[in-house]
Write a protein that binds this ligand. Structure first.
Ligand SMILES: [Zn+2]
Ligand SMILES: [Zn+2]
Length: 545
């Protein structure tokens, strides 16, 4: 698929899922990429933490790729850069705070020299072949949330990135309704828009409201207070700094990602008034009422500070009468892990405040009233929902059509959508898939390694070693070992019987090795099924003496 005299859109990630955003725009033989994110693994990928987009479509056309434009610094938009950008060999474009986060990632992977990173001022413009780009600031839950306004020979695209409306954002200066209306006045072909919160009937709310909610909650607390939030939410950190100062508490920070964000934010000119912090030991020496801790781990991450504090394996201690404030929402899928931490805290007598009891969190994504306002300002010919599961994107398309937008196509990763000329239309499908980072190795998410891993983790494994002499006669008894097969105290008896069954199917004379291995495998598996009702993976090794 090579774009001709037309404007194409192709998502390699982020359409049909929340996470791993990778959007391509194609025109006159050239492509540009907007965002290069990752997603976090679920139990379907045992032993894996990070999921990456399969970029083979554009890797095969890297000569026609002009650059990668990053909207903002969340992992689902920049997280795959250290793993995939160097191979693409094209420059990156980002505003200063986002660029600071990317630079840290590249340094950690030793890639600073391999990837060219262009820093664009907030509100700045640049050109890539037939595409002109301008950053348009919007409020979000990280500094420098940006839309990109993309000029093309076939019309303009307003690609929102992640956004919300916030009249009191605390950090940065989002575009005003007047500025957005002016963009609409100039004519917009397509609004490519965040679908995350399309099912919310209310607006996301302001960071300013959270400030008041947190102020009251912390002022009412008796002992130590710990607040957990996303490290990247620098406006929330700013709020927490103000709350600590106003309530006379000394701040203490627990979590490596928090240290990193605070440093990067200060370098980009944010968090100027953030109060000085004390280290963990000093914080524990202060009177309980004089301490406020900011910690990572509000999503239940087992290795983050909050989990370690809850399970008493951290220098910071919480006890009876202390308070933990969850200044974040539960990301779907994390409820069980968060519940485990909350139960441990409850057992220790720690009080907890979540966004259901007090206004201690607001979302960074637009609810329906905000989406409708954006449609009124931008007035696009086409609404293209992205950044959502299929149900979110389909619902946003319905909302857009009901608001009077002419076209609202729903696409999935891999669909090639022609935006112009003519009516928007899906004209083809290209390869899109998930990769996993397993240790240091990048693999297909549905390849042999992950399939084997899944099978072994579900069914257990039995290894069988069979020694044969030169004529193919069995030497001694087959040796067996089990991993994760539910035989427990019957193990010795089970292994003896399985070894006997295995020996029984080895014929006396020479034979085809493959057939022999299969006979032994089936005999051992049958025995395991008889004993346990399970069908473990059986691995047979033939040894020739
Ligand atoms: Zn975001
Ligand atoms: Zn996002």
């Amino acid at each position: 698929m090579t774009p001709g005299n037309e404007l194409l859109f192709l998502a390699l990630g982020g359409s049909g899922e929340i996470g791993m955003n990778v959007n391509l725009y194609g025109c006159q033989g050239k492509w540009v990429m907007v965002d290069l994110g990752l997603t976090f693994a679920d139990p379907a990928y045992p032993g894996v933490e990070l999921v990456l987009p399969d970029l083979s479509f554009i890797e095969e056309r890297r000569d026609d790729l002009l650059g990668i434009v990053l909207t903002h610094g969340h992992e689902d938009h920049i997280g795959a850069i250290p793993y995939l950008a160097a191979d693409l060999g094209v420059p990156l474009y980002a505003t200063p705070f986002t660029a600071g986060l990317i630079r840290l990632k590249l340094e950690e992977e030793g890639l600073s020299r391999d990837v060219k990173l262009n820093v664009i001022e907030n509100g700045g413009s640049f050109e890539l072949g037939p595409f002109g780009f301008r950053y348009v600031p919007l409020a979000h839950s990280i500094p420098e949330g940006n839309a990109v306004l993309i000029d093309t020979p076939h019309g303009r695209i307003f690609h929102t990135g992640d956004w919300k409306l916030d009249e009191r954002p605390l950090l940065g200066r989002p575009s005003t309704p007047q500025e957005l209306t002016a963009i609409g006045d100039d004519g917009v072909l397509a609004l490519v828009c965040d679908s995350t919160n399309v099912f919310n009937s209310e607006a996301s709310g302001s960071e300013g409201d959270v400030r008041e909610g947190l102020m009251r909650t912390v002022a009412d607390a008796q002992g130590r207070v710990l607040v957990t939030t996303f490290a990247s939410n620098a406006a929330r950190l700013q709020t927490l700094g103000e709350v600590a100062a106003a309530t006379g508490r000394t701040l203490c920070v627990a979590g490596r990602s928090l240290d990193r964000i605070i440093t990067t934010a200060k370098a980009a000119g944010y968090l100027k008034d953030f109060p000085p912090t004390v280290d963990w030991d000093d914080a524990m020496k202060l009177p309980r009422r004089d301490v406020m801790i900011i910690a990572t781990g509000g999503q239940g991450e087992t290795r983050a500070a909050l989990a370690r504090i809850a399970f008493d394996s951290h220098p910071i201690k919480l006890t009876q009468g202390d308070t933990v404030v969850f200044s974040s929402k539960q990301i779907p899928g994390n409820e069980i892990a968060i519940g485990r931490i909350q139960n441990a805290l409850a057992t220790a007598g720690v009080l907890m405040v979540t966004d259901r009891q007090a206004e201690v969190h607001v979302s960074g994504h637009p609810g329906r009233p905000e989406l409708e306002a954006m449609y009124r300002w931008i007035r696009p010919q086409i609404l293209l929902p992205v950044h959502g599961e299929r149900r979110h994107m389909a619902e946003q398309a319905r909302l857009g059509l009901a608001s009077g937008i002419d076209h609202a196509p729903v696409q999935s990763n891999g669909d090639v959508l022609r935006l112009a000329p003519g009516k928007p239309q899906i004209i083809g499908h290209e390869h899109s898939a998930r990769l996993v980072l397993d240790g240091d190795v990048i693999l297909p998410a549905d390849g042999s390694t992950m399939n084997e891993r899944r099978k072994v983790s579900l069914h257990g494994q039995i290894s069988v070693a069979v020694a044969l002499d030169r004529k193919g006669k069995l030497i001694g008894a087959p040796a067996l070992r089990t991993q994760g097969v539910p035989v427990e105290e019957d193990k010795t008896a089970f292994l003896a019987e399985a070894a006997e069954e295995a020996a029984g199917v080895v014929p006396k004379g020479s034979q085809d090795e493959e057939a022999l291995r299969e006979r032994v495998r089936l005999a051992v598996r049958r025995t395991a099924t008889r004993w346990t009702g399970k069908k473990p993976v059986v691995d047979v090794l033939l040894i020739r003496a």
